[in-house]
Design a binder for this molecule. Structure first.
Ligand code: NAD
Length: 350
């Protein structure tokens, strides 16, 4: 081939933010969350096949930048993601992300995608998938403390996957609660805006904490939490950034994604390094017990693990086979003869 245009193999499908939004609306947000939770659950069922490592984090005073890699032996994936709680003050988001899938056999990338929206969707799908296994049966009410970017996704996933009908909202910033309540209007949910965390968790069988603050915060204290609830704590996801008082952890049965990462980043960083925790994939495969009594407090100390991002990218890639919501990205060099990279450069001479 003697043209400036790369060959078909050199093109990599790229899902931009606008194409991701078109894809989500085309499928429907709730259907997307249901489908995605199944992909995540399927990958958790084959947990042992994956390469696993705690994410590679680069910390700074203001936040963290992380790389999250994994592979199932056939496909490799990674996500780039940041967490900068102070960004909000500057009109920037706390969390932004993009990710890539590659073919293990050739090492060639097979899809590049925005993952800011996809992270919110996969975090919500994971929360609800876990709650399906651990929350009290017939739970109807969810309290969400922290009504920022993740919150609406959390609400809709709990509705679509766990049958939640009532949402109680609280944020230290009433504008965030109003934003969340407005976005959830006409979505088939009863929404209550609360002015204290204590009132928000009244009557809730599931409590989601998704706040962002780089400190050992105590969003929930021990005396606030009654017997039998399921806590979905997803905002404490970094060393020095937690949400729950240590005493709640000591009263709860704790479930995690990948212990080596959660012990560094999760709320359990406050506990002894050998404090017993259950890996949620083992509950899903029936190798470990989930909730064993009505009075037990179950706690999902969710920090977000690479396999969830892999599942999300795998789901999006499968959707692209029937929905053309992508652009071709000229991302891989395509010399006429494999070793003639310089010849390819010459080929492009003006
Ligand atoms: P965001 O900044 O958009 O929203 C956070 C909200 O928390 C803000 O509205 C803020 O006012 C509120 N808040 C802060 N302190 C509070 C307090 N003491 N009580 C009540 N509300 C409080 O952030 P986001 O994108 O929604 O993310 C929320 C958190 O979830 C972040 O910490 C983020 O790192 C984490 N996160 C976790 C995962 C995961 O997989 N576990 C994935 C994505 C994000």
């Amino acid at each position: 081939m003697n043209s400036l245009a790369p060959s078909r193999l050199a093109y990599v499908p790229f899902v931009s933010v606008s194409n991701m939004m078109k894809l989500v609306h085309h499928i429907g947000v709730e259907q997307f969350l249901i489908d995605l939770s199944k992909y995540i659950e399927d990958d958790f069922k084959r947990w042992e096949r994956f390469d696993k490592t705690p994410r590679v984090a680069s910390h700074s005073i203001d936040g963290v930048i992380e790389l999250m890699p994994t592979s199932d032996g056939e496909i490799y994936g990674f996500k780039y993601v940041n967490g900068h709680p102070a960004n909000i003050k500057n009109g920037l988001q706390t969390v932004t992300a993009f990710g890539l899938l590659a073919d293990v056999a050739s090492g060639y990338p097979v899809m590049l995608s925005e993952m800011t929206i996809l992270t919110a969707l996969r975090t919500a799908a994971t929360s609800a998938m876990v709650a399906k296994h651990l929350a009290p049966k017939k739970a109807t009410t969810l309290a969400i403390i922290g009504n920022g970017a993740q919150s609406e996704f959390q609400a809709l996933a709990m509705k679509a996957i766990c049958g939640i009908t009532h949402i109680r909202l609280y944020d230290i910033d009433a504008a965030a609660t109003n934003k969340c309540a407005t976005n959830l209007e006409n979505k088939g949910l009863h929404i209550t805006r609360c002015t204290t965390p204590e009132s928000a968790i009244q009557g809730a069988e599931i409590i989601t904490t998704c706040t962002a603050d780089k400190q050992y915060a105590t969003i929930l204290t021990d005396n606030m939490v009654g017997a039998g609830v399921h806590i979905n704590a997803i905002g404490g996801d970094c060393p020095g950034k937690t949400e729950l008082h240590r005493d709640i952890l000591l009263r709860s049965e704790i479930f995690v994604e990948y212990p080596p990462q959660t012990r560094i980043e999760g709320d359990i960083q406050q506990l002894d390094p050998d404090h017993p925790v259950t890996e949620i994939w083992q509950v899903i495969t029936g190798q470990a017990a989930g909730r064993t009594s009505d009075r037990q407090i179950t706690l999902f100390d969710g920090v977000g693990f690479a396999i969830e991002d892999f599942s999300a990218l795998r789901y999006v890639r499968d959707q692209l086979k029937t929905h053309a919501f992508f652009d071709d990205l000229d991302m891989v060099a395509d010399p006429n003869e494999s070793r003639d990279l310089f010849g390819m450069l010459e080929r492009a001479k003006p």
